[in-house]
Design a protein around this ligand. Structure first.
Ligand SMILES: Cc1cc2nc3c(=O)[nH]c(=O)nc-3n(C[C@H](O)[C@H](O)[C@H](O)COP(=O)(O)OP(=O)(O)OC[C@H]3O[C@@H](n4cnc5c(N)ncnc54)[C@H](O)[C@@H]3O)c2cc1C
Length: 367
């Protein structure tokens, strides 16, 4: 038998975007009856749990793009949140490195664009820093970003989930939404043995967001999944800041970088290759390709002490067949569908941007 439930607002997808949205919505509108529905047995187990965990400083994205704006404000929101709730994090800074002099002009241009786009306190590395870095990477020239950092994503998600629930939101795992249908009073969501009617519907379903919007007859977007693999090492490499090469063309990825986790663990990755399916296995060929990229840029990494870590998939999107390079964050006014909000294509820097995306959606509501 199908149970029927009526709610004011439903957030579909329990990743960082869905949870931040549920939290902000409940904070601003405590009178609403809100649920967040997650397909899987855990919150934050998909893309949110499969990334570099870097809090980005808005360096790579075109000025005034959503990625640029949300990243800049989202960064400080995370540092405030992490300090307030004692979530392990490091404002360790990052170097972006031109590996050889032929890349110097690209680094100069990145510096100018990033500074113009609002990335704060960027500077070129001094000679003494280049000397230190030259034992770690192939280097001609580098930029230092002091406000880039890392956060313990699993702890952040645990805290966010707890806070969201403490604001009265029902957080329901193992609740897969099959379809969204428009109704007179809002939306009808179909799940196994359950039908939910809701006035507000937030599609924050990550890699599955496009499938879900198709059930509402929104058909202009298609998926372009780009997978990335990480490896880890137990070698003590002495990195004090994150180390990045120049980004890949058209920002397919930021380049295979070294990330220090708040507990000191070092990981390298991710590489970037297109896939058709959501599958997190690490094939030998992808691991070896990654290892080669690591050896190409980093010095002194002992291959025998490295091993595969995990993989993640970037939810890139095509809009009417063309790559849409920005986040796709839409409110009811954008789509002319009263009560419907959606976030698709939330690739990097989506983790960093989560609170700002949530504020943007929630601030568009006039109840
Ligand atoms: C390799 C990689 C590295 C990255 N590195 C960084 C980084 O360093 N810094 C940064 O800021 N960003 C980074 N990102 C981006 C960041 O991870 C994402 O932007 C962010 O996690 C997206 O969160 P989300 O909530 O949209 O998606 P998800 O975390 O995927 O959450 C969506 C959730 O919806 C659920 N769901 C799907 N369909 C349904 C349904 N029908 N019903 C119910 N639930 C459903 C899924 O199970 C999932 O839990 C990286 C991404 C990748 C892939």
């Amino acid at each position: 038998m199908t149970e029927k439930v009526e709610l004011d607002a439903v957030i579909i997808g329990g990743g960082v975007i869905g949870l931040a949205t549920a939290f902000k919505l409940a904070q601003k509108f405590p009178e609403l009856d809100i649920a967040i529905l997650e397909s899987g047995p855990y919150f934050g187990d998909q893309t949110t749990g499969r990334n570099s965990g870097v809090l980005h400083a808005g360096i790579y994205y075109p000025k005034n793009s959503l990625k640029n704006r949300f990243c800049l404000t989202g960064l400080e929101a995370w540092y405030d949140f992490a300090s307030k709730y004692k979530i392990p994090h490091l404002r360790c800074g990052k170097y972006i490195v031109a590996g050889e002099s032929s890349e110097d002009h690209l680094l100069d241009s990145l510096f100018e664009k990033a500074t113009d786009a609002g990335a704060r306190d960027l500077r070129f590395a001094e000679n003494s820093e280049i000397e230190t870095l030259s034992s770690q990477v192939h280097i001609s020239k580098a930029i230092f970003s002091p406000h880039t950092g890392v956060i313990d994503v699993a702890q952040a998600m645990k805290t966010l989930l707890k806070l969201t629930e403490s604001h009265g939101v029902s957080a329901m795992k193992n609740h897969h939404v099959r379809s969204i249908e428009k109704s007179d009073s809002g939306f009808l969501l179909s799940l196994e043995n359950l039908e939910i009617s809701t006035k507000l519907c937030f599609n924050c379903a990550g890699l599955r967001g496009i499938d879900l919007r198709k059930t509402l007859s929104l058909t202009n977007l298609e998926n372009l999944f780009v997978k990335g693999v990480y490896l880890t090492t137990n070698q003590k490499l002495g990195y004090k800041s994150l180390l990045y090469p120049m980004p890949l063309e058209k920002l397919k990825g930021l380049g295979v970088h070294a990330t220090i986790e708040p507990d000191g663990k070092i990981k390298f990755g991710p590489n970037a290759f297109e896939v058709d399916q959501i599958n997190y296995n690490i094939e030998d060929k992808d691991y070896f390709e990654l290892m080669n990229s690591v050896k190409f840029f980093f010095k002194g990494v002992d291959e025998s002490r490295c091993h595969p870590d995990f993989s993640g998939i970037r939810p890139k999107i095509l809009d009417n067949g063309a790559l849409h390079p920005d986040f796709w964050v839409k409110t009811p006014a954008d789509l002319n569908i009263e009560g419907y909000f959606e976030c698709c294509g939330i690739e990097s820097p989506g983790l960093t941007s989560a609170f700002s995306i949530a504020d943007y959606l929630v601030d568009s509501i006039n109840v």
